[in-house]
Design a protein around this ligand. Sequence first.
Ligand code: SF4
Ligand code: SF4
Length: 183
Amino acid sequence: MEHIGLNPERLRIEFMSSAEGILFAEVMSEFGNKVKELGPLGKREGMDQKELKSKLAEITKLVPYIKLVKNEKLASRLVNPEEYDKLFTKDEIDRLFSEVISYYIDPEKCQACMTCAKRCPVEAIISAKNQVHVIDQEKCIKCGTCFEVCPPKFGAVTKISGEPVPPPIPEEKRTIVRKSKER
Ligand code: SF4
Ligand code: SF4
């Protein structure tokens, strides 16, 4: 929440068993008052609805990526609340967001074999016969499948971290002219 400029006090995690009804009621009442005090989401943080929606969409899009890169930690079974507190350090979270990975298809290397497009789980690859393939960064969930399946002899998919993704090649320049057809 802090990463997108929202007050982290809007989220509260408490450990309790289903037998602790009184504790649950107390926590909910206290937290309800806290949320009322903080006011409508985004307003106190100085964001209008449009900015709030776009920031929430931006972070929601990263959820599958976070699940993937932190799969091991997220799956670990912890017993004590203290263990949860130590599971992710603030530095680690900051690094996770500053080093978000993106995937990019190098138009010079792509041979339009279509393998990546067939395997992309969210149809984020703009694909057509004899056309350089392009990743739609808005749809991409950063699963890395295209990077893994692009045949090594082409090696057209690159992993980018901490740098902007190059803009997509214009549509009119995507046609691949095969050497045999050049003659
Ligand atoms: S990283 Fe995953 S979601 Fe993104 S384009 Fe490649 S296969 Fe599709
Ligand atoms: S798998 Fe590689 S070469 Fe084949 S279409 Fe995708 S990016 Fe291009």
